[in-house]
Write a protein that binds this ligand. Structure first.
Ligand SMILES: Cc1ncc(COP(=O)(O)O)c(C=O)c1O
Length: 393
């Protein structure tokens, strides 16, 4: 066995979590959010495993290009929309849906379509800012843009930006993003849902609201289309609920191996900065994982790892390639034994809390040095990744 960290990706768990989403929002269609390399799980394999999703949502045009490039033919949504003519050209050629969050984007689209009439209408989602305060149109701007697009697309020639050459723009729906859905008691979520729903009803358009937290905790967010991300990967989207309590299964289990077991004297210090001093003679294990793999450098002494199903504490600072752990309670631990950093038996949320971050960040930031192994119904396959993205199944 070659030593080093492995992220084992359980595609059955991914499909189970999608089914949990389906059960929570049975009337909704699902954009499975697979941006950021499927939250670090590998976009190609996850897209293939999520055949039951109705479409895939990504943040950027580049990600949509990657998916089309590996043969993914499902509907795709670029949630940030396009920034320039090059991106728009790519979106039009790939038949990808996109959001429209500024009048600048509409001008860009109309002038591009004027010069490059398209055989098929380009579907666009009006992104309404209902309180997230990030991307999106204020309500009055959204109304003005929708009316303008309607006027352009409803004439006898019904050509938005293409004169008499046929329809080239289609309003796909209204989309908004929730700012505080992770807190089920937050009053803002209901107001956001209400505002988006009112706009969708006014123009008789489909609506897309729910992220994972919205889907699980806020019935009003279970709109025509929902956009689950973290819950698909088995992460809890809610502040006060564990993933297990929500029936979500961890998809990624990050593990490595013990590469040394040492007896340290009382008073010996461990790692850079000598921040941990052994209070008594201690059996200490060295594990082949570090911040060069994406394990958080700020994990403090005491952060748990799992060895032989038992929790053991991190000791001293995280190095680039290694961490040290306390083996005093696991006397039979040996060099070569597996060490779980998070996943099965050790929720990623536990580590995130220790480090002062969120499950999303830990999952997303594994480095290309970590091998991804895929498991589905007992079958294993290894992804060959180029940079941050693997090449698909
Ligand atoms: C616009 C948008 N929709 C949906 C999602 C999915 O959110 P979550 O992973 O919390 O389900 C995200 C993620 O950041 C997003 O930016």
């Amino acid at each position: 066995m070659i030593i080093g960290p492995i992220a084992q990706i359980d595609l059955d768990a991914l499909r189970h979590n999608l089914a949990v989403c389906r059960a929570a929002a049975p009337e909704s269609r699902i954009w499975a959010v697979i941006k950021a390399d499927a939250y670090g799980h590998g976009m190609g394999h996850c897209a293939a495993a999520l055949a039951e999703a109705d479409g895939f949502a990504v943040a950027r045009v580049q990600e949509a290009l990657g998916l089309r490039g590996i043969g993914v033919s499902k509907p795709l949504l670029v949630m940030e929309g396009v920034a320039n003519d090059t991106e728009l050209g790519a979106v039009l050629s790939m038949q990808v849906e996109m959001t429209l969050h500024s009048s600048r984007q509409l001008e860009l689209i109309l002038s591009h379509l004027e010069a490059n009439p398209q055989p098929r209408p380009q579907r666009i989602w009006i992104k309404l800012d209902t309180g997230m305060g990030r991307l999106g149109l204020h309500e009055a701007e959204a109304i003005a843009l929708i009316e303008r697009i309607r006027a352009l697309t409803s004439g006898p020639c019904s050509g938005a930006g293409a004169g008499s050459r046929g329809p080239t723009l289609e309003l796909a729906g209204i989309m908004t993003h929730l700012a505080n859905a992770d807190d089920p008691s937050h009053s803002m979520t209901a107001a956001q849902c209400q505002q988006a729903r009112a706009l969708a009803e006014r123009f008789d358009l489909p609506l897309s609201i729910g992220n994972s937290a919205g889907i699980l905790a806020h019935p009003a967010a279970r709109s025509d289309w929902v956009r689950p991300g973290i819950m698909l990967y088995g992460g809890s989207p809610l502040l006060d609920s564990s993933a297990a309590a929500l029936d979500l299964r961890p998809v990624m289990t990050l593990s490595s191996q013990l590469i040394a077991v040492r007896e340290m004297a009382a008073g010996a210090v461990i790692g850079y900065g000598s921040t941990y001093r052994c209070p008594e003679p201690m059996r200490v294990g060295v594990v082949a994982i570090g911040y060069g793999d994406g394990y958080p450098r700020h994990a403090p002494s005491g952060t748990p790892v799992l060895i032989h199903g038992q929790r053991a504490a991190l000791l001293g600072r995280v190095s680039m390639d290694m961490i040290s752990v306390d083996l005093c309670q696991i006397p039979d631990a040996r060099v070569g034994d597996p060490v779980i950093l998070w996943g099965q038996g050790l929720p990623v949320e536990v580590i995130a809390e220790q480090v002062g971050t969120i499950n999303y960040e830990l999952l997303c930031r594994l480095s290309p040095r970590v091998r991804l192994d895929y498991e589905a119904s007992g079958q294993m396959s290894e992804a060959v990744r180029l940079g941050r993205s693997e090449q698909g199944p």
